[in-house]
Design a protein around this ligand. Structure first.
Ligand code: MN
Length: 423
């Protein structure tokens, strides 16, 4: 395990208890301020360490890579320089922020330039996403949907336990946390109607997901084994796969989701590296029946990441409507990537692979309003007296994620989006 993960490390930058960004995390993101153009940064406490400034000051001179990659508008170039480089930069940042290290700590002028308050920065899309795939890897979620829409006795379709089901989504409409989303319009058809009608979606939903971002290409025709898969994963973000259930219900047969999903998806701005998540590995749930050889794997490939979803009405008090965990995933990321490439599909730096809705075993851990309100039959009471079956205009949906162990909390920050009325 990286020395940057040592739970005893302390930073000279103040990190308040409960912060998502202690010195053991050091996630990468892109930001700008009123004074500065977009650049790469690392979160520490309530601050961002400006990596472009650190590079300019020569403090990354011991690591061989193009320092200009840290002032490009996206992290793709930096991430694409390989794990050797990105891990070395994370470890160097850990040293520079260490309470015992005076290089930056005692350089008042450089420190003032390099540390930016998060409250004074705007977070940007961290990467250009060439391709986006959404899996369907939570057994609890797939079972709930199967019970609601098909047959309670055969909730999972026959293929589900043999391969990580997925589909290709729309990359162009993935936005960073804080970007508002307009309620989508589209075709819907009520069960008793003879013809479809057109209008704003009435059943707008969130999907609580996480996603991994790849840091290494493979060529067309190549494949990635489960044993090698994690070498290709740079890190993870929170992911809200906004979904219009009424549009989805009418359009999805026979080829799957389309306009019900591609109007917008939201990611959290900080990419938490796989290295930072290392101490939080857990076993994948038991897979029965036995999977085909190319999907077999060794070791702990799931991660214990607490997740929650809060709905915040306009001018109202918010309510946490779901508490789930990434560890429930039936299929792990290594299996997803192995399956995705087993046919020779190529992979690009910056690709985003989402988990699918992450539901836990109990109703308070379901990852979508479709399941929480059970198709609208069980509305949720909000603190302001209103109720929710799905998401209303001017509601903000905020997702949070964090790992916790040995007094160290590795957090993902927020993945937040407000729904504006249809245009
Ligand atoms: Mn989804």
């Amino acid at each position: 395990m990286s020395r940057a993960n040592n739970p005893n490390l302390k930073s000279w930058v103040e990190v308040k208890p409960g912060s998502d960004f202690p010195i053991q995390n050091l996630p990468f993101g892109m930001f700008m301020t009123s004074q500065m153009t977009s650049r790469a940064g690392v979160a520490i406490g309530e601050y961002i360490l400006d990596l472009a400034v650190i590079a300019e000051a020569g403090l990354f001179d011991g690591i061989k890579f193009d320092k200009k990659d840290l002032s490009r508008p996206l992290l793709n170039w930096f991430i694409g320089s390989g794990k050797k480089v990105t891990t070395a930069v994370r470890e160097r940042v850990s040293d520079l922020l260490n309470a015992d290290n005076d290089e930056l700590r005692d350089n008042a002028e450089l420190k003032a330039k390099a540390l930016v308050k998060q409250s004074e920065a705007q977070m940007l899309m961290p990467v250009r996403i060439p391709n986006y795939t959404d899996f369907y890897s939570s057994k609890e979620h797939a079972t709930n949907v199967g019970i609601m829409f098909r047959d309670p006795a055969n909730a999972l379709l026959p293929n589900w336990k043999h391969l990580p089901v997925g589909y290709h989504g729309r990359a162009s409409s993935i936005v960073v946390s804080g970007t508002p989303i307009h309620r989508p319009k589209g075709q819907t058809k009520a069960d008793d109607a003879t013809a479809p009608s057109f209008g704003p979606s009435k059943l707008l939903d969130f999907e609580l997901e996480m996603a991994f971002i790849t840091g290494k290409d493979i060529e067309l025709g190549e494949s990635i084994s489960t044993a090698k898969a994690e070498d290709y994963i740079f890190g993870m973000v929170l992911f809200n796969d906004w979904s219009a259930r009424d549009i989805q219900k009418w359009e999805y047969v026979p080829l799957g989701p389309f306009l019900a999903k591609n109007f917008g998806s939201t990611i959290s701005p900080w990419i938490v590296t796989l290295e930072a998540l290392e101490p939080f590995r857990v076993e994948t749930p038991m897979q029965e029946p036995e999977v085909l050889p190319y999907l077999k794997f060794e070791g702990k490939k799931n991660f214990d990441i607490n997740l929650e979803v809060e709905i915040i009405p306009k001018n109202g008090k918010g309510k946490v409507v779901s508490r789930s965990n990434f560890k429930y995933m039936y299929w792990n990321m290594a299996q997803q990537l192995a399956h995705h490439t087993v046919n020779g599909c190529n992979i690009c730096v910056g690709d985003l692979y989402a988990s699918g809705t992450i539901s836990g075993p109990t109703p308070d851990s379901y990852g979508s309003m479709l399941e929480i309100s059970w198709q609208g039959k069980k509305p949720i009471q909000m603190p302001d007296g209103t109720e929710r079956k799905f998401i209303l205009d001017n509601d903000t949906v905020t997702m949070r994620g964090w790992c916790e162990k040995d007094g160290v909390r590795i957090g993902f920050g927020e993945c937040s989006g407000k729904i504006l009325p249809a245009i």
